[in-house]
Design a protein around this ligand. Structure first.
Ligand code: URA
Length: 236
């Protein structure tokens, strides 16, 4: 990796990295570095004589509010990336899969492309748990339809678990567990059997549960256990 890139990982822009280098603040293997373009192993690099440049992959959860896009950038609307502080954003994490703009809850962001790929690939069957509020009264018959695989216009959804938490005349609440994530899938599954969604929140991906201490719009780094759990699930 080139030196300017390694330095940028510590949160400096490319021009700040260049300036830091010109000012002799960047050291490689205990010596001031001269050439921004030199190839380095990130662990060799120090800025301002401090800790080695942060090199590990980033693994972050955010509690996405409604109205925020699961995207890295957008001209008009706020994105989940904008929920992170600038130095973290600069390290280039991307969202793992996506939630619709009106859907709230758990979004993972990482710089670990391989793990992200496996978490969204249907092959690895990572469970996603959603809490859904829908119109009308859900019944055990609806749960049986979910378990058998809901037929949609273009595909049959994989068998999914529907746990009814509250069922009233006007609306019901249920947890839904899927192992795939096609476009608008939960909304389409509920609409297909006459219970349009009122609200949808994602609460869990694999072994990682949305931290109840995170208010809408807040984030935190995943713990070592959470990262290990995700990797184990995807057979790393
Ligand atoms: N299902 C949906 O319909 N929307 C989402 O954002 C996620 C799952």
């Amino acid at each position: 990796m080139r030196l300017h890139k390694a330095v940028a990982r510590s949160g400096l822009t490319r021009s700040e990295a260049k300036n830091a280098n010109a000012a002799g603040r960047v050291w490689v293997d205990g010596r001031p570095a001269r050439d921004c373009a030199m190839q380095v192993a990130p662990a060799q690099v120090r800025v301002d004589g401090a800790e080695p440049v942060e090199t590990g992959a980033l693994y972050i959860m955010v509690n996405k509010p409604a109205g925020v896009l699961t995207a890295t950038e957008d001209r008009r609307l706020p994105t989940v990336l904008q929920l992170l502080p600038e130095p973290l954003r600069r390290r280039g994490p991307g969202p793992v899969g996506r939630l619709d703009r009106d859907v709230t809850g758990l979004v993972l962001l990482t710089t670990d492309g391989q793990l992200a790929h496996r978490l969204i690939s249907p092959k690895w069957k990572a469970e996603k748990l959603y809490r859904a509020r829908c119109e009308g009264r859900l019944t055990d018959a609806d749960a049986a339809v979910f378990a058998g695989g809901v037929q949609l216009s273009d595909f049959t959804a994989r068998p999914a678990e529907l746990r009814i938490l509250a069922a009233g005349e006007a609306e019901s609440t249920a947890d839904v567990i899927l192992t795939e994530g096609k476009f608008h899938q939960v909304k389409r599954m509920f609409a297909a059997f006459g219970h349009p969604l009122i609200a949808l929140e994602r609460l869990r991906i694999g072994c990682v549960t949305l931290d109840p201490a995170l208010a809408a719009g807040e984030w935190r780094a995943l713990t070592e256990d959470e990262i290990e759990g995700l990797k184990r699930m995807c057979k790393f």
